[in-house]
Write a protein that binds this ligand. Structure first.
Ligand SMILES: C[S@@+](CC[C@H](N)C(=O)[O-])C[C@H]1O[C@@H](n2cnc3c(N)ncnc32)[C@H](O)[C@@H]1O
Length: 308
């Protein structure tokens, strides 16, 4: 099996080259059947055709995943309810992650305010899952904590809370100037978070709908191997070029982390003991709200990047 490569073609054909139980984590961000303008793919099947097709590649994702591995599916809630019915037969539900991403008003119903990421493991036991932490939310100017913890401030973790299943701190790519010529590119730190949650260094990550390469780039930055499938030749070429040019390793010291605009946005809980020496930890703890942990980090990223 060839790793660290993007394959241009139909994912169902390409899956047939992947042996059973060989991939540590599969992530899919398929077309949403919303008539998006992709280069090659026509995003407007009838509902039955779309769901029958989804069932085929979802089952392939589960087949190739190792017994210790995970499967993640990103989509709008409507389709995820169908995906769950398929996955509940062949894998184990862990979480529905709500990724807060406001969209344009859509008619007279509730405003869609999130995308979902279904998180399943192939087996019920002995799955790889790590607890993550995200930084405390702070006022940008003053660095003060946004939440009022009342008398509980002394109990706060210096870096930030354990991550919940609602992710409000990962922003969509809003500016066209920062986007590839692709209609729905995901932010890299969303994928970095998912990879930190479910894999270790050198594990293999597979994405059957790679687009212009977000999942593979995140995997490479975090020292994981990747396999990507993409139907459109132009997108596959862009992804390959980006991967060839990428030499950033997203780590502090020997610990893999996810960084957005010079701020560390995801760490593993188990790494905090080792990571804490790289952060300016507020003392006494009651002054936590006056010190921005990230100030010190910027310096560290510049000087320590990186000998993982
Ligand atoms: C929602 S986009 C994925 C975007 C990707 N997550 C990124 O950040 O760039 C879905 C992608 O699936 C591709 N695609 C559609 N049908 C496919 C198929 N049968 N096999 C492989 N790729 C396919 C489309 O060309 C499109 O790039």
């Amino acid at each position: 099996m060839t790793y660290n490569k993007i394959f241009n073609g139909d994912c169902l054909d390409l899956f047939s080259n992947i042996p059973d139980n060989t991939i540590d984590m599969c992530f899919a961000d398929p077309p949403f059947n919303l008539n998006k303008k992709y280069n090659s793919y026509h995003d407007n099947m009838d509902v039955k055709q779309y769901l029958d097709w989804c069932s085929l590649w979802i089952n392939e994702m589960v087949r190739v995943t190792k017994p210790s591995g995970s499967i993640f599916l990103h989509n709008i809630p409507r389709w995820l309810t169908h995906y769950s019915q398929i996955l509940n037969e062949v894998a184990f539900f862990r979480h529905w992650i709500a990724w807060d991403a406001p969209t344009a008003p859509m008619g007279k119903s509730l405003q869609p305010g999130h995308y979902g990421v279904l998180f399943y493991t192939k087996k019920e036991k002995k799955s790889k899952i790590y607890e993550l932490r995200a930084p405390h939310k702070r006022d940008r100017k003053t660095g003060r904590l946004q939440k009022d913890y009342g008398g509980k401030k002394d109990l706060l973790h210096p870096f930030g809370p354990l991550l919940s299943d609602v992710w409000t701190d990962i922003h969509r790519i809003r500016h066209n100037s920062k986007r590839d010529p692709h209609p729905c590119q995901l932010p890299i730190h969303l994928l970095e978070r998912i990879i930190l949650l479910s894999t270790d260094e050198n594990d293999v990550v597979l994405d059957p709908f790679l687009g212009t390469g977000t999942t593979a780039l995140a995997a490479k930055r975090l020292g994981r191997k990747y396999v990507g499938f993409e139907l459109d030749e132009e997108y596959a070429v862009i992804a390959t070029q980006k991967l060839e040019a990428e030499n950033y390793q997203s780590c502090i010291g020997k610990y893999w982390v996810s960084v957005y605009r010079d701020e560390t946005v995801t760490i593993r809980d188990k790494d905090w003991l080792g990571l804490s020496s790289f952060f300016e930890i507020p003392k006494p703890i009651r002054n936590i709200e006056t010190i921005k942990i990230s100030l010190n980090e910027k310096f560290l990223h510049e000087t320590l990047n990186c000998n993982c």
